[in-house]
Design a protein around this ligand. Structure first.
Ligand code: CU
Length: 177
């Protein structure tokens, strides 16, 4: 990736050119990365996007922002209270070293997601995992947003469904009032 300055003997702006080449290489890598994940758009299309506890919200309609930190192996908050019909932007940061995810769901939805994560456990998570409508997958250091419009009143969970994490207590309660 580093371009020998000798390749541009007549040019003085070696550094900008070098940076441009670097940016192009990063772009190429990003485009290349789209390949293996492409198949998952097919997989995710069969996933539900609307649930009794809500549906993806519109960023323009956000009522409130809630920040949550994922650590090894817990979240920094144990409960969040929201109103039925409220649109909340969750900003989740993975401050841990391990991969984590943040999934909103009732018990059945969380269990289904855990099963899916377990089936993918043998694959490279970074390439294999996609973000479902109600979940974001975070590698170490990543921050992602999930905008959710909550449905009817009830109690659901937010949880990390990376194998073993939910069982270790990486979960919390979302009370919809
Ligand atoms: Cu986790």
């Amino acid at each position: 990736m580093s371009t020998p300055p000798a390749r541009f003997p007549g040019r003085r702006k070696i550094q900008p050119l070098g940076f441009g080449a670097f940016a192009a290489a990063v772009l190429a890598a990003t485009v290349g990365f789209a390949g293996p994940t492409e198949g998952h758009s097919v997989t995710s299309s069969r996933h539900a996007t609307a649930f009794a506890f809500g549906a993806p919200g519109k960023p323009a309609a956000v009522d409130r922002t809630v920040r949550i930190k994922a650590r090894d192996v817990s979240f920094d908050v144990s409960s969040v209270t929201v109103k039925a019909g409220e649109t909340v932007r969750f900003i989740v940061t993975n401050e841990g070293v391990a991969d984590h995810d943040f999934t909103l769901g009732d018990a059945a939805t969380q269990a289904a997601h855990r099963k899916e994560m377990l089936e993918m456990a043998g694959m490279d998570m970074g390439q294999a995992h996609h973000d479902d409508a109600n979940a974001v997958f975070l590698k170490s250091g990543e921050t992602k947003e999930l905008v959710w419009k909550f449905g009817k009143a009830g109690q659901i969970e937010f949880a990390c469904n990376v194998p073993g994490h939910y069982e270790a207590g990486m979960k919390g309660v979302v009370a919809i009032q």
